[in-house]
Design a protein around this ligand. Structure first.
Ligand code: PGA
Length: 253
C-alpha cells in the first residue's frame, strides 16, 4: 500500500446537462458506496455543479470544477471565481488542462494565477502538465514539464501547496486511445516528484499526489496504478459512464 491515498478524478468536460449529470452522479454514489482507501472526484460543467453537489452530498465522492478565473469578482463576463466554486460545493479545481492551453490560450502565467487563486479560495488545485507528441519526439519532454511546473508554481511556497495535486497528461494520449506505457509514465512521475523535491523540499515531494491522465480505462488502470509514483488518474472519456468509471474507482479489487 502506498502512503498517499489514490485519487480517481473524472473530468466530464463539456458533456451532460444538469439533469444528466445528476443521473450519473446518483448512479455513481450507489456504485462506489463500498470503496475504501480511494478518493473519488467528478468535475461536471459549471451549470451542473450545485445540483451534483446535492446529489453526492453525504457520499465519499468529491466535487471538482474544470476551470476558474483568477480574480475573486468583477467585470469578467462569462467567468467564474474560486469563491463561487467553493460556494457551489467544490473541493477541487482542474487547472491548465491541455484543452484549455490549446484552445483557450491558458499560458503558464495564467495557470500560475489560477493555481494561486484556487488556493486562496480554499480549493485543491489539480495542475495539469504534459508534452505534445512533437515535443516528445524532439526529446523535449522533461524540459517542457520542468517549465510547466516551475512557471505554474512560481511565487508559491511549500506551505501554500499542501493540497496541490499534479496531473501528468501526455497530450498525445488524451482521447486518442494511446496510453503511455507504465514505464514511460513512471519515469515522468518520478521526474516531476524530483522537481518538487528540488523546489519545495522532500516532505512536499513525498506527500504530493501525481495523477496520470490519457486514455485511462478499466483494461489498463490496474497496471498504471501499480507503479510507485502514480497516485491516481485523471479520466476523461471513461469517466462519462458511471459503470465504467466505477470500475476505475475499484481498481484495487
Ligand atoms: P481521456 O482524457 O481519458 O479521454 O484520454 C483525459 C483528460 O483529458 O483528462
Amino acid at each position: 500500500m502506498k502512503s498517499r491515498t489514490p485519487l480517481i478524478a473524472g473530468n466530464w468536460k463539456m458533456h451532460k446537462t444538469g439533469p444528466e449529470a445528476v443521473g450519473s452522479a446518483c448512479k455513481l454514489v450507489e456504485l462506489t458506496a463500498d470503496t475504501a482507501g480511494v478518493e473519488t472526484m467528478i468535475a461536471p460543467t459549471f451549470t451542473a455543479l450545485s445540483e451534483v453537489a446535492e446529489a453526492i452530498g453525504g457520499s465519499q465522492i468529491r466535487l471538482g470544477a474544470q476551470n476558474l478565473h483568477w480574480e475573486t469578482h468583477g467585470a469578467f463576463t462569462g467567468e467564474i471565481s474560486g469563491d463561487m466554486l467553493t460556494a457551489a460545493g467544490c473541493q477541487y479545481v482542474i487547472i491548465g488542462h491541455s484543452e484549455r492551453r490549446q484552445y483557450f490560450g491558458d499560458t503558464d502565467e495564467i495557470v500560475n494565477k489560477k493555481v494561486t487563486a484556487a488556493l486562496s479560495a480554499g480549493l485543491n488545485p489539480i495542475l495539469c502538465i504534459g508534452e505534445t507528441e512533437t515535443q516528445r519526439e524532439a526529446d523535449e519532454t522533461f524540459n517542457i514539464l520542468d517549465k510547466q511546473v516551475q512557471k505554474g508554481l512560481e511565487d508559491l511556497s511549500e506551505n501554500d501547496l499542501n493540497t496541490l495535486v499534479i496531473a501528468y497528461e501526455p497530450v498525445w494520449a488524451i482521447g486518442t486511445g494511446k496510453t503511455a506505457t507504465t514505464e514511460q509514465a513512471q519515469e515522468v512521475h518520478l521526474f516531476v516528484r524530483s522537481l518538487i523535491d528540488k523546489k519545495f523540499g522532500k516532505a512536499l515531494a513525498q506527500s504530493l499526489r501525481i495523477l496520470y491522465g490519457g486514455s485511462v480505462k478499466p483494461s489498463n488502470v490496474k497496471e498504471l496504478m501499480g507503479m510507485p509514483d502514480l497516485d491516481g488518474a485523471l479520466v476523461g472519456g471513461a469517466s462519462l459512464d458511471p459503470e465504467t468509471f466505477s470500475q476505475l474507482v475499484h481498481f484495487q479489487s
